[in-house]
Design a protein around this ligand. Structure first.
Ligand SMILES: C[S@@+](CC[C@H](N)C(=O)[O-])C[C@H]1O[C@@H](n2cnc3c(N)ncnc32)[C@H](O)[C@@H]1O
Ligand code: SF4
Length: 461
């Protein structure tokens, strides 16, 4: 939830969407894939899936109860060195003032939780930057302060070289889920990325983490779309990860970000990234392999065996509240007309100073309108295999635009012969709206179509 994780409609957590840039690949994928015939509106199988969420949701319809709940993201902005592709809010500092950072995180939590009424964190996620550089005692203090001892998912993003010797201490400090930045098992690729670990360290640290946390509680991140990478190379990377026994994998498409060394390399021609067609081949081959290995693509870039899904990310994608603490962190607070987007000060020193003087590090806050609010839900929710649940829609919109109205509009457009093509790949029932498995391959191509339907609905409401 840091600034640089935002993208698209100015609304998204980059970690949830960046992994595969469909906008660049969608045309090719489209011609490669069998075009999905428009789906039956009341497709039994998919509506069963959607209603799984619905059941959970029905329990949560009380808005007051929802307002007291939020996931919590904590941004640790420091890294040992800069990876060539990364433009996240991160700093390589000679000396980090841990004490002041921790005091500010705790103070910001106190202020925001008091002001918003959030007193039940549903998950905590330490992201970065490199939070595996944090001290265990600090992690322990933050967890016990924020979670109050409740049994919730507590994830930490870790770099392999840090965690090798310290995995157990992080677990003892209260972390119960680890997201390990493996990125590649090829030394040449790791050097190209300027990572601070080699392939052997990546593998050993993964084995250690699996021993300490268990297969269901470890996720491995891999990057695809590296210069010269063939489908066989990519599948080999995935096979190593799978064979080591993780139950959760995130695949990130290498993205060229402004201000990075990679950007310069690509601009000057010293690095050539795969073309759109090659990227599509890599992505699809990966999906196929992971599916055959028993992983469910529960979100476009996230693959998990049953029970290993990341509940923190799911809560973003469902439009729940989230509170971001730390430099550059983003938050979404409230529902319906009250929904507010907040952004924290980017630079750690300035963020600490502001927290000290005002209690929080928020530099920008503004109310989201209905289109922005529901646009976010569409953009993140349709990337989930179960799609968007009607109850989540109604909760987020506070019935300012009932889900039933969206369904009626979809039915109307569907009946209009000239327009029905606009809905290709979308399926819906009274309970939800979703993309089928093949449409999910070109999700970013289809998602705008639902967004346009929403736009018209709001315009003519
Ligand atoms: C920003 S990192 C933070 C966690 C940790 N420091 C690490 O490097 O794994 C989170 C994830 O984003 C990925 N990432 C950052 N920039 C990226 C880019 N331009 N393209 C693809 N993945 C990227 C990282 O490789 C990592 O897996
Ligand atoms: S270690 Fe992680 S956060 Fe730091 S520069 Fe590398 S990818 Fe970015």
């Amino acid at each position: 939830m840091v600034v640089c994780r935002q993208f698209g409609l100015n609304i998204l957590n980059k970690s949830t969407i960046r992994h595969f840039d469909y906008s660049t690949c969608s045309n090719i994928l489209e011609s490669k894939l069998l075009r999905t015939k428009h789906l039956l509106k009341y497709n039994k199988l998919s509506s069963d899936i959607a209603s799984q969420d619905s059941k959970q949701n029905l329990k949560q319809t009380d808005i007051q109860r929802l307002k007291s709940k939020s996931s919590v993201y904590i941004h640790w902005p420091y890294c040992r060195r800069k990876c060539t592709y990364c433009n996240f809010n991160k700093y390589v500092a000679k000396k980090v003032d841990n004490e002041s950072m921790i005091a500010s995180i705790l103070q910001e939590w106190e202020t925001v939780s008091r002001e918003t009424g959030v007193n039940q964190p549903t998950s905590i996620f330490f992201g970065g930057g490199t939070p595996s550089l944090m001290q265990h005692k600090d992690i322990r203090q933050i967890i016990s302060h924020i979670s109050g001892g409740s049994d919730i998912e507590i994830s930490l993003e870790a770099n392999p070289s840090d965690i090798l010797e310290t995995a157990l201490e992080f677990k003892q400090a209260g972390v119960n889920r680890l997201s390990l930045g493996i990125q590649s098992f090829q030394d040449t690729t790791l050097q190209f990325f300027n990572r601070d670990h080699d392939a052997e360290t990546g593998q050993r640290s993964l084995e250690t983490c699996l021993n300490v946390f268990g297969s269901r509680r470890v996720s491995g991140d891999l990057i695809f779309g590296v210069p010269g990478q063939t489908v066989q190379d990519w599948l080999q990377e995935l096979r190593v990860l799978v064979s080591l026994g993780v139950h959760h994998i995130s695949t990130y498409q290498l993205t060229v970000e402004r201000g990075t060394l990679l950007h310069k390399q690509v601009k000057t021609g010293s690095a050539r990234l795969p073309g759109e067609e090659e990227l599509a081949d890599l992505y699809l081959a990966g999906v196929q392999l992971l599916t055959s290995e028993g992983f469910n693509r529960y979100e476009v870039s996230s693959f998990a065996k049953e029970g290993a899904e990341c509940s923190h990310n799911i809560s973003y994608w469902r439009g729940h509240q989230y509170i971001g603490l730390g430099p550059g962190a983003h938050s979404r607070v409230g529902f319906g007309a009250e929904r507010e987007a907040r952004i924290n000060v980017l630079a750690p020193g300035r963020w600490m100073n502001q927290v000290e003087s005002t209690g929080d590090g928020i530099v920008q806050r503004r109310k989201l309108d209905l289109l922005e609010c529901l646009g976010e839900l569409i953009t993140t929710g349709l990337r989930r295999s179960v799609g968007i649940n009607g109850n989540d829609w109604n909760t987020l919109s506070q019935n300012l635009l009932p889900f039933q109205d969206l369904i009626s509009e979809l039915n109307r457009v569907q009946e209009d012969k000239e327009r029905s093509g606009e809905l290709e790949g979308l399926a819906w029932s009274q309970d939800g709206v979703w993309l089928d498995n093949s449409a999910l391959n070109i999700a970013d191509h289809i998602i705008p179509n639902l967004y346009y339907v929403l736009q018209d609905l709001i315009k003519f409401q």
